[in-house]
Design a protein around this ligand. Sequence first.
Ligand SMILES: *Cc1c(COP(=O)(O)O)cnc(C)c1O
Length: 384
Amino acid sequence: MRATKAIIHLENFKHNIKEIRRFTKPDVKMCVPVKADAYGHGSIECAKAALEAGVEFLAVAAVEEGVELREAGIKGRILLFSLASPEEIHDAVKADLTPFVFDEEYIDMFAKEALRQGKKSYPVHLAVDTGMGRIGCYAKDAASLARHIADTGILLHEGTMTHFATSDGKSQADCDYTKKQFEEFKSAIRGIEEAGLSAGICHCANSAATLDLPETHMGMVRPGIIVYGYDADEVNAQYLAKKGTPINLKPVMTLETEVCAIRPFKKGMSVGYGRTWIAEEDTDIALLPIGYGDGFLRRFAQNGIKVAINGKAYPVRGRICMDQCMVDIGKDNKEIQRWDKAVIFGCKEDGALQTADDIAKLTGTISYEITTVLTRRVPREFRS
Ligand SMILES: *Cc1c(COP(=O)(O)O)cnc(C)c1O
């Protein structure tokens, strides 16, 4: 295996699921998204681990992601969070993916395909847009769409969902907006019930709402980022401890590589494309076989990113290349040998000095992006 690899701690993944379960009542179902290759962690292995940990639903964004799970023998329920295009509907139904629906045309497409494939009944969830501005119908239209689902005679209205836009923020404006969305969602559900129909399993809580807003749990929660061991923005470990509901999440991924060469540099020599860094004194430069072709993004270097080697942090110098980057380890560093491990982010136990959250804060993004952009070239090594 390549020295540059992502270690995936499935034991931490399962631990996180168990920690999150402490925040919900026992009869509340859990849906774990394994979309985008499980936020970069490897969807098949994470899906299996999630089912072993007892989650009731998995979720993907693309039909192909769901098909991949089925081909790997995964039998559990799978929600389809994004829309399928007309040419994907056949595969979606064949793979028993449960779609979010919210307009008559799309409902009819699934009904027709389910009929064609000889299904007796086919579950769908009605999506309501209460303010995310993404998928979903308006709350006032929920009842008539529920009626339309029932009228197909083959689709089963198994659940009703919405998605929060600001539940991970703690400003007054963010909290007010989440509250408004939740009220809107409840009015959609009431409308469906007043029409004499069932809204099924109602679900709206993402990571932040799962940990912070128990009143929004309803029939099911859909925590994503916290399952992979990162904070849901302002609903972080500190905030939750202060609130009296502490949580102990463990990062699932460690990204590591190794020192593949050490080269002496004289004062005035430069490192990398564009000569953006010039040695101000004699030093040694360690070469690491990781670059933006692996998802170690070029812009990380602009923010003075460091990597851990044998328990100490060393700065990346110059621009990050596609396949390599260069680290300043100082003159005659006796603590570093060629082929030593260099850890970019991850678990303390693996020698990391920062998490994907730390890199995200440093570089103006979110942990989701740091793990999700790791490319296929980085092998995932699963530990359980
Ligand atoms: C990705 C996603 C989630 C999980 O979001 P997190 O912020 O990772 O908790 C939940 N619901 C929907 C519809 C999603 O797309």
